[in-house]
Design a protein around this ligand. Structure first.
Ligand code: SF4
Length: 166
């Protein structure tokens, strides 16, 4: 399974938003859901509520099965149910891996897509550990996980970024 971490803190995220923005919180409901709950429905709802409480205008929460499938992302831009909201939105916050983020940039060229995810390699979800651990990091990360894998918290700490939800 693909492993992604979070490049920003919640404060850093807010620094990239304005109170005039029309914000879509966009969450993949697959690999990132198992990355210490970086994505998925619950995380999406929690972030949307947190932003609303802080006075931001969240106009939509969009849960997608696989944000790496370009056609699925494109459907949101053209389908009647979602077209208007996405036309009016100014910002999308992706709770996805980097592929999901790149697809958003490709489809919604006129929106600000916040650069949130950092994809660092592949991992294994074991019933023994109950969490996803990094086992095959991308070479450029320089990470060297032990045989039993590396927790995402440990990987994030070594990379100076964050694991899990905002
Ligand atoms: S967009 Fe990324 S996180 Fe979502 S299903 Fe595809 S590979 Fe997994």
């Amino acid at each position: 399974m693909i492993i992604s971490l979070r490049k920003l803190t919640y404060e850093e995220l807010k620094n990239q938003l304005s109170k005039e923005d029309k914000i879509v919180v966009w969450a993949c409901n697959n690999c990132v859901k198992f990355c210490d709950k970086f994505g998925g429905r619950e995380t999406m709802n929690n972030l949307a509520e947190k932003l609303k409480t802080d006075g931001y205008n969240v106009v939509r929460r969009e849960l997608i099965g696989m944000s790496c499938v370009l056609d699925l992302v494109h459907l949101r831009a053209i389908e009647e149910a979602t077209k208007k909201t996405f036309e009016e939105a100014t910002v999308i916050i992706p709770l996805t891996c980097e592929d999901g983020y790149e697809n958003l940039k490709y489809i919604f060229k006129d929106k600000k897509i916040i650069d949130v995810p950092k994809t660092i390699g592949l991992g294994i979800l074991s019933t023994e550990w109950h969490t996803l651990r990094l086992s095959i990091p991308f070479e450029e990360t320089g990470l060297k996980p032990p045989a039993e894998g590396m927790t995402l918290e440990s990987a994030a700490k070594q990379l100076g970024i964050y694991a899990g939800p905002f």
